[in-house]
Design a protein around this ligand. Structure first.
Ligand code: ATP
Ligand code: LTN
Length: 330
């Protein structure tokens, strides 16, 4: 069976973009692949975190995975820092990565530009840790949103370089980026993606937002000029709302355009709010229905399953590099 690996950071509020761009596809693909879904808390450390909050968010993200439909009986859900091999392999890959290629990453450039006190080394090395996550599990497919495409290309480059220099070790992974939903845009600026790190809470719908908040945010969402409700690339704000509607109702663009013929933005926003609220209600109930004990049991069994594979890969990597431990000499 081929393997999937993906992850999300336990930072900020998980939003509809994270769900529609990534999580939704994890759920769909989990039965066709052996799947690993990780809460990447070491990645979160690239920005300052409050320790208590980080611990709570880490559990919350694992709950969101479960509520979205990741089945712990078929998929492995675990926390990145529970498997030390992620950091270990990241160090090794850092030694074959080049500073110039890391500096070319657009996410790095964006984040570096915002940092007034000097950009942290962790932000530069962030995609190397991501490569380690993926390569440790000999992953075939990585379902992510569009913003991760360049990081996946770097992952492939690092794997190829290692294989060339030290012998065939890593599988070369492919990105799985959905045709629709890979880039859900901000509700307040359709030129920017919906992002957890956006300082304006108005710009995204969090999966844990209550009904009233959702209605208010959608009512205030920016729109373009023109009145006709249709999918139109020259009207990105409208098309973004319609795309969310499309993915949550699973109706075709044609059906949607017919449905809204002769209606205005207010009607669309109202109906979209109903759809989002109806979608999130059972989701939120499931999030709160998972007991702490059950969650810990799932994460512990995830840790065990992930560790077994991670350890085996690291053994191979260390052998390739001449890093034999005392126990394996002789
Ligand atoms: P931010 O939202 O602040 O940019 P992030 O992208 O680092 O945070 P993660 O939680 O690490 O957020 O991302 C989880 C997944 O969600 C990734 O696969 C990412 O590509 C996807 N994703 C994030 N934002 C969007 C979006 N606006 N549309 C579609 N997919 C998205
Ligand atoms: N960088 C990703 C999160 C991430 C990831 C991964 C995704 C870390 N490691 C491995 C897929 C596979 C992001 O979305 N910000």
């Amino acid at each position: 069976m081929k393997r999937i690996f993906s992850g999300a950071q336990p930072t900020g509020g998980f939003h509809l973009g994270n769900y529609l761009g990534a999580l939704r596809n994890w759920v769909e693909l989990q039965r066709e692949y052996e799947s690993f879904f990780c809460v990447v808390n070491l990645h979160a450390l690239t920005n300052p975190q409050d320790p208590k909050e980080l611990a709570a968010k880490t559990r919350e993200v694992a709950r969101l995975y479960l509520a979205a439909g990741i089945d712990p009986e078929v998929s492995t859900i675990f926390i990145q820092s529970d498997v030390p091999e992620h950091a270990e392999l990241a160090w090794i890959l850092n030694c074959i990565a080049r500073v110039a290629e890391l500096e070319r990453m657009t996410q790095y450039k964006d984040k570096a530009a915002k940092q007034r006190e000097g950009v942290g080394a962790g932000i530069l090395n962030y995609p190397v840790l991501m490569a380690a996550d993926i390569l440790l599990y000999k992953t075939d497919l990585v379902p992510v949103g569009h913003d991760q495409k360049q990081h996946l290309e770097l992952t492939r480059d690092l794997a190829e370089r290692f294989n060339r220099d030290y012998g065939e070790t890593f599988r070369i992974p492919e990105a799985f980026i959905p045709k629709v939903g890979a880039r859900i845009m901000s509700l307040s600026n359709p030129q920017k993606k919906m992002a957890k790190s956006d300082e304006n809470p108005q710009s995204s719908i969090a999966l844990l937002d209550d009904a009233e908040t959702i209605r208010r945010k959608l009512k205030r969402a920016v729109t373009d000029s023109g009145t006709e409700i249709r999918f139109d690339e020259t009207r990105p704000a409208l098309t973004n709302l319609l795309t969310i509607y499309r993915l949550l109702t699973q109706r075709t663009p044609q059906e949607i355009e017919e449905h809204f013929a002769g209606k205005g933005y207010a009607q669309l926003k109202g109906e979209l709010a109903d759809v989002v609220v109806e979608f999130l209600r059972p989701f939120q109930e499931r999030v709160h229905g998972i007991s702490d004990e059950e969650l810990e049991r799932i994460l512990e069994s995830g840790r065990e399953r992930a560790s077994g594979i991670a350890r085996a890969t690291m053994e191979e990597v260390k052998n390739r590099l001449g890093l034999h431990g005392a126990h394996s000499r002789n």
